[in-house]
Design a binder for this molecule. Sequence first.
Ligand code: GLY
Ligand code: MN
Ligand code: MN
Length: 434
Amino acid sequence: MTKPEELKRRQADLMSMMGNGIAILATANHQNRNGDVMFPFRPDSDFYYLTRFPEPEAVAVFSPGRKEGEYILFCRQKDPVKELWEGRHAGLEEATGRYGADQAFPIEDFHTHLPELLCNQEKVYTMMGRYPEFDNGILGNIAEVRSRRRAGTRAPWELVDLRHILHEMRLIKKREELKVMRAAARLSAAGHVRAMQRTRPGMYEYQVQSEMEYVFRQGGSADTAYPSIVAGGLNACTLHYTRNNCKLADGDLLLIDAGAELDCYAADITRTFPVNGRFSDAQRAVYQVVLDAQHAALETVMPENPVTAYHDAAVKVLTQGMVDLGLLSGGVDELIETGAYGKFYMHRTGHWLGMDVHDVGDYKVDGDWRILEPGMVLTVEPGLYIRPDDTVDEKWHNIGIRIEDDVLVTRSGHEILTGDVPKDPSEIESLMKH
Ligand code: GLY
Ligand code: MN
Ligand code: MN
């Protein structure tokens, strides 16, 4: 749980970078699922990062230097009749008390208050295009202020994307955030361990999924960070397989890519293991290549290295492995240069991780690949995916393997957050025996 001081610091950091302007952020909308049923509400990550306010129908405004208060929160009022159906609303009192806003107003009054807040501001920072209708409302209010210029007020003349500032902040995780991310990683690892222990031939993918997600939910995770991928055999070669409805065959591998979300922070782990608890020689050979690639990639995760270094390191080992296994022929450098390795390895080796599983933050800065810095969290997830194909020896068919860990860049190198779930083949086999 983010401490109030930490939240204040975050807000102050943001405002110190804004100059003469105001920032306006809405949280996510409730989404309809079907009929009268809604999806469970999940706050907008940017809004939640700056407010920790967990309810729908809320807008935060940050106005540096405003004497009545810099942080204004618009939210639902207390309403006993609505609350009877929907549960408690924080209301205006808690918005300023528990949630630390300087002022709070009913959400219905947002457009009544906004023109005054926009007066004489140069810039308006928004999450441009995220909620287009909301943006339109703000533009309407700006027009309203402009129409009053004869009274001497000036309307803002610059619209700026708040992401520009905010996502740089979110990219570097602070101590409080790392606490939550470590907890999400540990819980997710425990779920993967249980999945390994419970898997047997003849089970359905969704049954293994439920064994794993049981641990997530027991540990207080409201939802997974993204739909779990539980993919037996050939299904593992579909990168975003989420049907999870097939029977697991003796002799196949099972690839599980899943992570729990805790307090809006994601974990993202992949492990691949044999359904019957024993790797075949062919499976073990491919597995070892992916594991070696992951080790090589991890070795490059440290400050001062560009974010591309770990992908390049993984691709090198994977491509050499593809040649050694006879999946590809030719020189490694050429196979990399021409992209031929992409036949069996078609994704990047990782991404930023944080409140969003594919977290925010630019990968390039001023045209150059970003240099890693302490506090960045990323995934390292090489894989090999071999679909049935005439050009490939049958013994490799249907082997889809990915190994994914979550890694924090530290001052001296890195820390693996998801090390609690085994990935060494012998360790996996011994865990599955019990
Ligand atoms: N689970 C999505 C990913 O690994 O990027
Ligand atoms: Mn990932
Ligand atoms: Mn993943």
